[in-house]
Design a binder for this molecule. Structure first.
Ligand SMILES: Cc1cc2nc3c(=O)[nH]c(=O)nc-3n(C[C@H](O)[C@H](O)[C@H](O)COP(=O)(O)OP(=O)(O)OC[C@H]3O[C@@H](n4cnc5c(N)ncnc54)[C@H](O)[C@@H]3O)c2cc1C
Length: 505
């Protein structure tokens, strides 16, 4: 199936534009610094002594400065939530903001790659320094910022290793705690350059790089006997070369984003200290717990998630859960459906059920997915297709009441077409049916096996010719990959499918 340019631009355009800008900024910074150190007069003697290693180490350092400052911005989640909710951000911008984690990862990978380049170039510098050291310029020594550099590399290595997919999947806590070493990383990074390892020449006018010293003549230097005395005088140094260490620049790059991030963390801490009351906790089939909670001045909109912190389980761990019920004017409670999958969810459930402890403190706060109140007037939802794939039949009971209530409401309002439900049960062995009469609207929409996504999207496309269809996927990577590919492909209906996903990993 061919690619639809319109769909591709809608789904990938913004992301690729940001990628190009970021790559462009990195390349420009690398080349600019490289050229500065290789051709700059003030680095003439340093370059002569260290060679290309100098240019590469400095160019990599400037790229590191850029990425160390950028990597923090996508993690300012409250700030992004705020930007998302303002009228300044368009629908495209909001979809870009959803990819903030990918940008964080890209910056992180760039930091690791350029750290390797930086360290390798410094090792070459050490070798070249011992080989090319000149007694003429004793002040031009190479004081490597050794211990801080080693600490930085060590922290980065730990963070990189613990961020791998298998560590995050098997033990999220290792990833979480190791990632918090970033605070030490930034402190050490700021003192890394304070030692003044690199020096530039301050008196280029009085001592043009390459000029003749007091005891030298150009004839001696070039091995020629017949050079003019006047020419000799012209190229003679008027004074010794003076060198001065560079003013450390890293803090200029990182202090702004770092302060912003600290303010963000502090804000999150303040917001999370308001207590929350658990109103109900219901156990559903397949190890799912439904929680209804109440918190003063808590506002949220569909699609947002909250972060739970339960000091009774661990004060340091925060776990995100998508809101399944939002507070309204009439009903202030909000709810989540939590699946018990690992140690935190298990201990949390044990504390909560069967005997909820009264002094349990849970501190939710809202992140991400904020929509402007009237920013959607041009995009009135015309029809909702709800496709839900579950392994076991029992899972449909989590939201069965809600789905039935919605079904009856729309029939009463004479808009049965508005909400199109398709339920798929993928595990076919020991299959039973939902037998109770009250679930009949769901039973008639229940299919066995997996959805044939292409046919489904074609069918939706035909019913919505030349329209924009938002696709929101929450589920395993396999499904989201298939849907993403199908959304980008061309179809005769001319409908544009805009792909959005929520990933739990
Ligand atoms: C945006 C978002 C929304 C989510 N919404 C829901 C929801 O509505 N219902 C639901 O049941 N689950 C949801 N999850 C998943 C839920 O956060 C994890 O299942 C939970 O944190 C598992 O913790 P654990 O220690 O019990 O399990 P673990 O065994 O430690 O982890 C099990 C899985 O959860 C992931 N995980 C663990 N801790 C975190 C964390 N702090 N942040 C992100 N991922 C983590 C791990 O990578 C692993 O894949 C959501 C996750 C995200 C990122």
């Amino acid at each position: 199936m061919g690619l639809s340019v319109r769909s591709w631009v809608a789904n990938e355009g913004g992301k690729h534009l940001v990628l190009m800008l970021w790559l462009g900024a990195n390349t420009w910074l690398f080349l600019r610094t490289f050229l500065l150190y290789s051709t700059g007069q003030q680095y003439h003697y340093l370059y002569k002594m260290l060679g290309l290693g100098l240019c590469i180490s400095r160019a990599a350092a400037s790229v590191l400065n850029l990425n160390c400052s950028l990597v923090l911005l996508p993690m300012c989640r409250s700030l992004l939530t705020f930007v998302r909710g303002t009228h300044v951000s368009s629908r495209k911008t909001r979809r870009l903001l959803d990819k903030s984690k990918t940008f964080h990862v890209a910056c992180g990978v760039a930091i690791c790659i350029f750290s390797v380049v930086h360290v390798s170039a410094h090792l070459v510098n050490v070798v070249n320094f011992s080989a090319g050291y000149s007694d003429d310029f004793p002040s031009l020594n190479l004081a490597l910022p050794g211990i801080t550099g080693v600490v930085l590399v060590l922290i980065l290595f730990l963070m990189f290793m613990s961020s791998s997919y298998c560590v995050r999947m098997s033990n999220y806590e290792i990833f979480w705690y190791t990632h918090n070493l970033f605070i030490i990383f930034y402190i050490v990074l700021m003192v890394h350059m304070v030692g003044g390892a690199l020096k530039y020449q301050t008196n280029i006018e009085a001592h043009p790089p390459g000029c003749l010293g007091a005891n030298q003549s150009s004839a001696q230097r070039q091995g020629l006997e017949d050079l003019d005395q006047a020419e000799d005088e012209e190229s003679r140094c008027r004074e010794e070369a003076h060198f001065q260490p560079h003013y450390p620049q890293t803090w200029l790059w990182v202090s702004g984003p770092l302060c912003l991030y600290c303010v963000e963390r502090f804000y999150r801490y303040i917001r999370s200290s308001d207590p929350v009351t658990i109103v109900t906790a219901v156990r559903h089939p397949c190890n799912v717990i439904e929680l209804r909670m109440l918190k003063k001045n808590f506002k949220a909109r569909p699609g947002q998630y909250i972060v739970l912190n339960c000091p009774g389980v661990s004060s340091f761990e925060n776990h995100p859960f998508t809101l399944t019920t939002c507070p309204t004017e009439n009903k202030k409670t909000f709810g989540i459906h939590l699946r018990v999958v690992g140690d935190w969810t298990e201990r949390f459930t044990q504390l909560l059920l069967p005997q909820p402890t009264l002094n349990l403190e849970i501190l939710p706060m809202v992140h991400q997915r904020r929509y402007p109140n009237d920013g959607w007037t041009g995009f009135r939802l015309q029809r909702l297709y709800f496709v839900w794939v579950c392994r076991e039949l029992q899972s449909f009971y989590w939201f069965s009441e809600l789905l039935i209530a919605l079904h009856h409401k729309l029939w009463r309002e004479n808009r049965p077409d508005y909400f199109n439900v398709k339920l798929y049960v993928s595990q076919t062995d020991s299959l039973q049916s939902i037998s109770e009469e009250k679930y009949r609207p769901l039973t008639s929409r229940l299919l066995v096996g997996r959805p044939r996504w292409k046919l489904l999207l074609d069918e939706i496309g035909k019913a919505n010719k030349h329209k924009r269809v938002g696709v929101f996927c929450c589920g395993p990577k396999g499904i989201s990959r298939t849907l993403h590919r199908l959304c980008n492909s061309a179809r005769p209906s001319g409908a544009t499918f805009e792909f959005n996903k929520e990933s739990f990993s």
